[in-house]
Design a protein around this ligand. Structure first.
Ligand SMILES: Cc1ncc(COP(=O)(O)O)c(C=O)c1O
Length: 416
């Protein structure tokens, strides 16, 4: 399957200034179609919904259809299961507050330092209900949580498990089905952070043994908005977060008006990915087109990741923080590393000379970076690809990294 790269690149704003943008796990470029949909909404449909006049009804219909497009994107059976949030962090904060009445003293919640703080910090409000937090540890060798260790933590008191589907540092995909089956078996609920996963692999919530899932559209080719999905029965059981007289899903979980224009922009993501799938596999339609798009994306991104990882593996002074195999099925093209003798920030700034944008730090997965002992020297350098990146861009990064050999003394000191 040839990847329709020209089609993909043409669809995005912001790729024509000569830079290679490799901070996609921080935020992707936005689709031209999203920008157009947002301005068209503001120009032609910008009235308050809920009125009886035609434009107000059209605006309400538009919001419903935008929600439906997002439901299609993630395979949600019902559009009303899609809650629009300002961000993933905001979505988990809201979910934690809305879930709180379901907890009693002695209940247990399982979290892991593998996660972004977004799926750890918000749950701390449950401490007010007398909840005990248990942390799912990492395997010291692989730096990834192991299923056996989850088994040891799950028990009759477990009410909730919160875990990321993929790490925004290691690019490691977690075995979500196996986790979900275990959590369901224990009679607990499962909240999933799909932020790092969503731009790279197909999400089909209907087929997953999970209860809630959140992700950020600005890292998935759209605007600065989040989606919180939950199974209808779960959402209905949540404490309303809007006015006391609003109890219908999803409105009771969207305090104030949702952002109509961002919803319009967000809805453009689904048809773009369907069209990408049709370019990759002519003749496919609907859900199959999304499958085809993500199959093509995974193959193309695997080639990009392996190109960089093969180079990094060849350097004895590089510590790759995560799996070293770019083609592994459970690895996303989010590649973090340390270069011996170099502060991570100095590496990030050095590659800018070749118009390559990468990032360094802890990426708000601070507990993970501290747990791995990587908090000093600027944290890690993170190179995160999206499907519109090219092999030539990766080669430009490799070339500029090759010109940076650490001073010998420092390299020896680090290796000692
Ligand atoms: C894995 C992961 N989860 C959550 C977040 C937070 O997303 P938001 O900015 O939408 O709150 C991020 C942002 O970097 C992330 O990478």
């Amino acid at each position: 399957m040839t990847f329709p790269l020209a089609f993909a690149r043409d669809a995005f704003c912001g790729l024509d200034d000569g830079w290679a943008y490799f901070d996609n796990a921080g935020g992707t470029q936005i689709l031209e179609a999203s920008v157009e949909a947002m301005t068209a909404y503001l120009r032609h449909s910008n009235v308050q919904t809920g009125g009886t006049y035609p434009r107000s009804q059209a605006a309400a219909d538009a919001l419903a259809s935008h929600r439906a497009a997002l439901a299609r994107l993630i395979g949600a059976p019902e559009a009303e299961e899609v809650v629009l949030t300002p961000s993933t962090t905001g979505g988990f904060q809201l979910l934690a507050r809305a879930l709180a009445p379901q907890f009693a003293p002695g209940d247990e919640v399982i979290l892991t330092v593998f996660d972004h703080e977004s799926n750890i910090g918000p749950w701390q409000v449950l401490a007010e209900r007398g909840v005990t937090f248990r942390f799912w540890a990492l395997d010291p060798q692989t730096r990834v949580p192991r299923l056996e260790d989850l088994d040891a933590l799950l028990g009759p008191k477990t009410r909730l498990v919160a875990v990321t589907w993929a790490s925004n540092i290691l690019g490691q995909v977690m075995p979500l089905e196996a986790i979900g089956e275990r959590v369901q078996g224990a009679g607990a609920q499962l909240a999933v952070d799909a932020v790092a996963y969503a731009p790279h692999r197909r999400i089909n919530v209907a087929r997953l043994p999970i209860d809630y899932l959140a992700f950020s559209l600005y890292k998935t080719f759209g605007p600065h908005q989040g989606v919180l999905w939950g199974r209808r029965a779960r959402l209905e059981a949540l404490e309303p977060q809007y006015h006391h007289f609003i109890d219908a899903v999803p409105k009771k979980l969207e305090p104030g008006n949702p952002n109509y224009e961002l919803a319009a922009a967000a809805a453009a993501i689904t048809p773009y990915l369907e069209a990408l799938g049709q370019h990759a596999a002519p003749g496919v339609e609907g859900s199959d087109a999304l499958d085809a798009a993500f199959e093509a994306i995974a193959a193309h991104e695997g080639r990009l990741a392996e190109r960089l990882l093969a180079y990094l593996r060849s350097r004895p002074d590089v510590d790759i923080v995560g799996s070293t195999d770019g083609l592994a099925a459970d690895r996303l093209p989010i590649i973090s590393f340390r270069l011996a003798g170099w502060d991570a920030g100095a590496v990030a700034q050095a590659v800018e000379a070749a118009q390559v944008a990468v990032r360094y730090g802890d990426f708000h997965a601070r507990r993970l970076i501290e747990h791995l002992g990587l908090a000093g020297e600027g944290g890690v350098v993170r190179v995160s690809f999206a499907h519109y990146n090219t092999i030539d861009e990766v080669d430009r990064l490799i070339q500029v990294l090759s010109a940076r050999t650490p001073p010998k003394a420092d390299a020896q000191k680090k290796g000692a």
